[in-house]
Design a protein around this ligand. Structure first.
Ligand SMILES: [Fe+2]
Ligand SMILES: [Fe+2]
Length: 165
């Protein structure tokens, strides 16, 4: 039997790039629903702002594919589908309740944490692979995900969680 083809860090990097590319596109589809569902104007505005940023995240990933000489292509990411599904359940199950915004903020933070994990890993690997331009692109997006996570925490503390208590 032939030995399995040796896979390298480069293969892992490309797989993970496809994973986050798929995930970001799902997030672009989902954020308008989150913004529509949010009751607090601050939370709504936060989702709308992050939608605009997320569209740029997709573009930055496209730039990384170009750097690699590859056509941008996604690969189904079950993790993000599960996280977004949970958010959808909260929208349905807590619709019209005082706890809705707290639930939406928490669901959105789970999305941000997934992205932060992926971009942190991709940045490290891009560094190891000597892909300097990709490192900068990942770092820029990573900082926006971290800022969004912190902003969601603030909104949740200031409004949503107080109302839900
Ligand atoms: Fe993103
Ligand atoms: Fe994000």
């Amino acid at each position: 039997m032939a030995a399995p083809k040796e896979k390298t860090l480069n293969d892992l990097f490309e797989d993970t790039l496809k994973d986050i590319f798929y995930a970001e596109k799902q997030i672009v589809k989902n954020l308008p629903k989150m913004a529509k569902a949010a009751q607090s104007p601050a939370l709504k505005a936060g989702f709308e702002k992050h939608l605009a940023e997320t569209e740029v995240h997709v573009e930055r990933l496209e730039q990384v594919f170009v750097l690699l000489g590859k056509t941008p292509r996604g690969k189904t990411c079950d993790a993000i589908l599960g996280i977004l599904e949970e958010g959808k359940s909260i929208m349905e199950e807590f619709k019209g309740t005082v706890a809705l915004d707290a639930g939406l903020a928490a669901a959105a933070q789970a999305v941000e944490h997934y992205e932060i994990a992926r971009y942190g890993t991709l940045k490290t690997w891009a560094n190891q692979l000597g892909l300097t331009e990709a490192v900068t692109l990942f770092e820029t997006t990573l900082q926006e995900e971290i800022a969004t996570d912190m902003a969601l925490s603030e909104v949740a503390k200031a409004e949503a969680n107080v109302k839900a208590a």
